[in-house]
Structure formats: C-alpha cells, structure tokens
Design a binder for this molecule. Structure first.
Ligand code: GBH
Length: 448
C-alpha cells in the first residue's frame, strides 16, 4: 500500500488570484474588484487587476504544468466573467476563455477540477444583498447551469464552494476580506444557510447535466492534532464541535448538513431561536449525495485533555518552525485531518490545497531555491501517505499553488507558488520545489 495507483497529483489556483484582465472582454466587477480598489484594505495596496496575467498567458502556464508532469489542475471560474451581472446576459468571451483553457489542459492530458465559487461574487449581486438575499441560491443555480452546459462535456470534476468558513468568516464577520462586513450571528446564519442551499442546487444541476460527474465541497481546516495517544478522542471531539462563537469556522456546521442532512444539535441548541426558517425540503436539497470532501490544510493545532476532560490547545513552543505568513508547520495535521474526516464522514478525500508561503527570491544564478518548501512538502506528504496506509480513502493532492499570486488581504507579499512570478515582467521561473514535485509525481510518492 501507499498512494493509490491512480492518485491525482495536482496544482491549484483561483480566478481572482491569477487571472488579471479584471475589466476586459466584458467581464463584470466582483466584490474583490471593489474591495481592492478601495483605500487601505490590502497590505501592499495592490489589486488583482493584472495579477499573474494568466488570462493572457494561460498557454504558457499550462505548458509549464505539463513540463512538471502535473496530472490535474484545480482552478476557479470567475462568475462575473461569464455573467457580468451575476444573472441575465451571458458574456460569450468569458465562456470562450474557459473553453480555451480547458481545451489547452486536455491537449496535455491534464484533468480539470473546477471550483464554482472561490470568493469573487459578482458585485451586481452584492448590491442586491449578496449572500443575505434569499434569491441568491437561484442565481447560483443559474450560473451553475451555464457552467455545466458550456463545459460539462469535458469537465467531470467540480467543487461547488471553496472554504465557506473563510469567505464568510473573514468577509462578513471579521471584515478583512471582501466585502468587508461585520454582521450579526443571525445574519451569518442566514448567509450560511443560503450557501448550503446554493450548494444543493448546484449539485442537482451538475448531476442532471454532466455525465459521470464527480462533485465535492471544500472546507478550510486547521486539524486538531492529539498531543499524545491519550488525547485522540479529545482532539477528535473538539475538532468537530460547533458551539457558540465558532460555528462559521467549524467543520461540522458545514459538512453535517451536506453528509447527514442535519445541522449539529450543538448549533441548534445554541442558535435555534435565531436560525433562519428551514424546511425539510431544504435539508433534502442540501444533503444530495456528493462524491468527495475537499480539505485545505496548511497547519494544525495541538490538543491535550485538561483535568476536566476537556480539550485544551497547546501552543507550539517558542521557535517552532513557521512559514513566512506565520502559520506553524505541523505536518501531522495531514494525517489527523484526513483520518478524522474519513472516520466521521466516510467519503473519499482530496487535499484540495496544501503548501507554504516563503519570501522567495531569484538568486544570482537566476534560479529560485526554496529548500524550506521542499522540506515542508516532504514532511506533509509523508503524513498523507501514512494516513492512506492507515486506511483513509485519499484520492488526490493539489498543491497550493501553481504560481505565486495575489494572496488576498496580504497582496503580493506572500509567495505560495511552485513557480515564481516576477510581477513587473511576468516572467515565470520554476522553483527548485517545482522540479522536486515533478519527481514525486513521477514516482507516485514512493521517493518521499
Ligand atoms: C486558502 O485559504 C485559500 O483557499 C486560498 O485562496 C489562499 O490563497 C490560500 O489558502 C493561502 O492562504 O493562524 O496559524 O491558525 C486559507 C485559509 C485561514 C488557512 C487561516 C490557515 C489559520 C492559520 N487559512 N488559517 S493560523
């Protein structure tokens, strides 16, 4: 045993972070266009107007992927590129762009994995209330129908949402991501239920329109890692708890309704009185079967059992290794995150994101040396392999990210790519870790 023979080795990106061409060829504005264009929101005052200029350079980027032996590419579609107003008229040039990209990928035998929503809500819909508007799930259904009809003959893998926790938690609660709001719990619950319904409607549309489709839902997760063997149960319970104060960021709030057709009792006990109206029909829609769970794992938190038998988070010791963005390096988060999710939900798992930021630069020899990233990836992938050997059904791994790109509120200050992007010239340089990843793919991880 080890990684499956057909293990999917991939790379991931998202539309707003790489495409640029923010107002070209009929694209409408998204909440991220508006957010980055308002003063003081982004660390380095940058925007995604040009980003990696992938809209114009996708052929070069796909070719680089092929050279690295990448088997699958996870990217997102910009809703406002194909529906500038969110609903209504379709922008044919937007459809053309994704058709060209998909065809280019298939030419090299790279399998497309499409994320429908990676945070860039059409601004026109935001003005009508966005995710708070109860009509939004119908708009999402329409958007998904167009995607399914346009690309479903060639794209078979879809992820409805990327990290609802983060776009809702950061965008509508903490306010440091677009659209920069700080809403009440009652409003956050309404938004979340609308996202759940939008997911359900998208699943229905994809099943009806795309032959042999595989559908997943991706969450952001910082797994609880047991400090010792005595703490396994405590870590697992705390990982899936969904109590007061943390429901948006929790796991079970997102996945229980989708997999079990039921919001967690803990949530309903705490918030039942302010929860929006939900019908049995809603719950049936939300829990339409999906094919896999996508986990985005970057770090973990160590958990031990305190004197009362409850979970206590143990901070990493001083000097513990961290990535440039400040996240602790906890390789075993890949083992425990996949194990706990497989134990609870029993669905196939893809790691839809994992990777690290570093302050990479071009050396005198013209290359980009990133030994720390190679070490990070090596350690994390060994833990993933261990989890697969331990029985979790792990189907694939997408490294975040193919390219250095626009890191949301951090602008261009963090580099997550296996390919370096020199923004002033848009020159691409494969980092040492990119070449290293190539050998991992060639050996199906046996050389780790
Ligand atoms: C993802 O979000 C996004 O999907 C992607 O677009 C983004 O570029 C990428 O990751 C890199 O950020 O304070 O140590 O506990 C990641 C969401 C939220 C993951 C915060 C790590 C906690 C770190 N992240 N989280 S820590």
């Amino acid at each position: 045993m080890s990684f499956r023979k057909d293990f999917v080795w991939g790379a991931a990106t998202a539309a707003y972070q790489i495409e640029g061409a923010f107002d070209e060829d009929g694209k409408g504005r998204s909440i991220w266009d508006e957010f980055t264009h308002s003063e003081g929101k982004i660390y380095d005052n940058s925007t995604g107007d040009i980003a990696c200029d992938h809209y114009h350079r996708y052929k070069e980027d796909v070719k680089l992927m092929a050279e690295l032996g990448i088997k699958a590419y996870r990217f997102s579609i910009s809703w406002s590129r194909i529906l500038p107003e969110g609903t209504g008229a379709v922008n044919q040039k937007g459809i053309d762009f994704y058709n060209d990209l998909i065809n280019e990928l298939l030419k090299y035998g790279i399998e497309p994995y499409v994320t429908l929503y990676h945070w860039d809500l059409p601004y026109a819909l935001h003005l009508k209330g966005g995710w708070l508007n109860d009509d939004i799930s119908d708009c999402f259904e329409l958007y998904t129908t167009i995607v399914a009809e346009s690309f479903g003959d060639r794209v078979k893998n879809f992820i409805t949402f990327n990290e609802p926790q983060i776009f809702i938690g950061f965008g509508y609660s903490e306010g440091n991501h677009a659209p920069g709001h700080s809403l009440s719990d009652k409003e956050l619950l309404r938004i979340s239920h609308n996202v759940h319904k939008a997911h359900g409607k998208a699943v229905r549309v994809l099943r009806e329109n795309v032959r042999d489709v595989k559908i997943g839902f991706t969450i952001a997760t910082t797994p609880s890692v047991p400090l010792s063997d005595k703490d396994i149960e405590t870590a697992e319970n705390s990982y899936f708890s969904c109590g007061k104060g943390n429901f948006v960021f929790s796991e079970s709030f997102w996945l229980d309704p989708i997999v079990f057709g039921k919001y967690p009792d803990e949530l309903m006990n705490a918030y039942g009185d302010i929860f929006p109206e939900k019908s049995a029909e809603d719950m049936k829609l939300i829990s339409a079967p999906i094919d896999f769970i996508g986990l985005n794992i970057y770090t973990g938190k160590l958990v031990k059992t305190d004197e009362n038998g409850s979970a206590e988070i143990v901070p990493c010791p001083a000097g513990h290794p961290r990535t440039a963005i400040g996240w602790d390096i906890v390789p075993s988060s890949l083992f425990w995150g996949t194990k706990f999710h497989y134990d609870r939900y029993g669905l196939p798992i893809y790691i839809t994101e994992n990777g690290m930021s570093a302050h990479d630069c071009i050396s005198l020899d013209g290359k980009v040396h990133d030994p720390n990233r190679i070490d990070y990836l090596n350690r994390y992938l060994l833990e993933l392999k261990k989890s697969a050997e331990n029985g979790a059904d792990i189907r694939g791994y997408f490294q975040w990210s193919l390219l250095d790109n626009f890191e949301w509120a951090k602008g261009y200050s963090e580099r997550f790519g296996m390919i370096f992007v020199d923004y002033p010239t848009q020159k691409r340089i494969v980092k040492d870790s990119g070449y290293w990843y190539k050998t991992v793919i060639e050996n199906n991880g046996e050389n780790l």
